[in-house]
Design a protein around this ligand. Structure first.
Ligand SMILES: Nc1ncnc2c1ncn2[C@@H]1O[C@H](COP(=O)(O)OP(=O)(O)OP(=O)(O)O)[C@@H](O)[C@H]1O
Length: 332
């Protein structure tokens, strides 16, 4: 669905006294997205997510690189790309003074659909995204969550096989976010739409994406399923409790586990890491049992995506956030 090679984008910014300097926002991105995948493009503010997305959706010309999106070449056939994708921008696109039904119909007609087809498709999507009954409301009267769902209907009305969502849940309260995630999952399940979404929320990336592509400072730094990224980097944290009299014997047993590392033994507690806690624990229980040692307590904690980002870049995702800079001008 998407193949990009060496995508780059530079911007020229005017500094003090009219001097201009260049921002290398995207520094050679390669990415592949298969049909039917739900891929999260994760990175801190300013990492280059929106710039990459705008290049892939033909809104911004790459300074270098090539891409095929939805089967069409980005540079040779931008119209073909546009016809085959949906794009839901960060701030959304609905006009405030227009009724929901008119907005959906207008969007369909912009893509060359007949009035009847646009209305029919709009009705199906509105039902699926919990907007049924709101068709005569002015869009400015919708709640944040409803508006965001309308943005998604607008992005999907022309039936694209691939949809780009830029920061879909920004600005929504926790309940509306969880609700939106359900809708996004269902869209993929019911329509087989391929979804590429950007986010800087770790929980969103974790909850929603089959696969994550992590970007930092214009470069891809990792990719994989949320679980594989977590296990690759640091492994699960384990704390077991035993009688302090046998703690060193128990620690010797735990050290035999494949990949066990970072041991810390204090009182009756043994802390360490293993690549996969769920498979290591039964093995450890059996080995301790064979030595007649009773495990009194056990806790396994999965690493978070923030641990992953920290290991990859030396910063947590939150530390890495920087205020976005104003738009000035582009250099293709
Ligand atoms: N039109 C522009 N002119 C100058 N600099 C720009 C322009 N657009 C983006 N940039 C800069 O490029 C870098 C990447 O910005 P981009 O918006 O792609 O990041 P992002 O990861 O999407 O961040 P956010 O989550 O805040 O949207 C930033 O340093 C940003 O200031």
């Amino acid at each position: 669905m998407i193949t990009a090679r060496g995508l780059e984008r530079r911007f020229r910014r005017k500094g003090r006294g009219g001097a201009s300097n260049e921002v290398h926002a995207v520094k050679g991105v390669d990415l592949d997205v298969e049909a039917g995948e739900l891929v999260g493009f994760l990175g801190p503010n300013g990492a280059g997510k929106t710039t990459t997305l705008r290049m892939l959706t033909t809104l911004l010309k790459p300074s270098a690189g090539t891409a095929t999106v939805g089967g069409h070449d980005l540079l040779a056939d931008p119209l073909g790309v546009r016809r085959n994708i949906g794009y839901v921008a960060q701030g959304g696109g609905a006009s405030p003074e227009v009724r929901v039904a008119e907005e959906i119909e207008l969007q369909g007609r912009l893509y060359g659909m007949s009035k009847a087809d646009a209305i029919a498709r709009g009705a199906v999507l509105s039902e699926q995204l919990d907007l049924a009954g709101l068709d005569q409301r002015l869009t400015k009267t919708l709640s944040g969550g409803q508006r965001r769902r309308l943005d998604i209907v607008l992005g999907l009305v022309h039936n694209p096989g691939l949809v780009f969502l830029d920061e879909p849940s920004t600005g929504l309260d926790p309940q509306s976010r969880a609700n939106l995630w359900d809708h996004i999952r269902r869209l993929r399940a019911d329509h087989g739409v391929t979804i590429f979404l950007t986010t800087h929320y770790l929980d969103e990336a974790d909850a929603l994406a089959d696969r994550l592509i992590v970007i930092d400072d214009g470069r891809i730094v990792a990719e994989g399923t949320p679980d594989s990224l977590k296990s690759r980097v640091s492994g699960d944290g384990v704390v077991i409790g035993v009688d302090p009299a046998v703690v060193s014997d128990a620690a010797d047993v735990a050290r035999q586990l494949t990949g066990a590392h970072e041991f810390d033994v204090a009182g009756g507690l043994i802390r360490f890491r293993v690549p996969r806690g769920d498979t290591a624990m039964p093995e450890l229980l059996r080995a301790l049992d064979a030595k007649g040692i009773v495990m009194e307590s056990m806790q396994v904690t999965r690493p978070t995506l923030d641990d992953v980002f920290l290991t990859l870049t030396g910063r947590t995702l939150r530390d890495a956030e920087q205020p976005s800079s104003p738009e000035v001008s582009g250099v293709a």
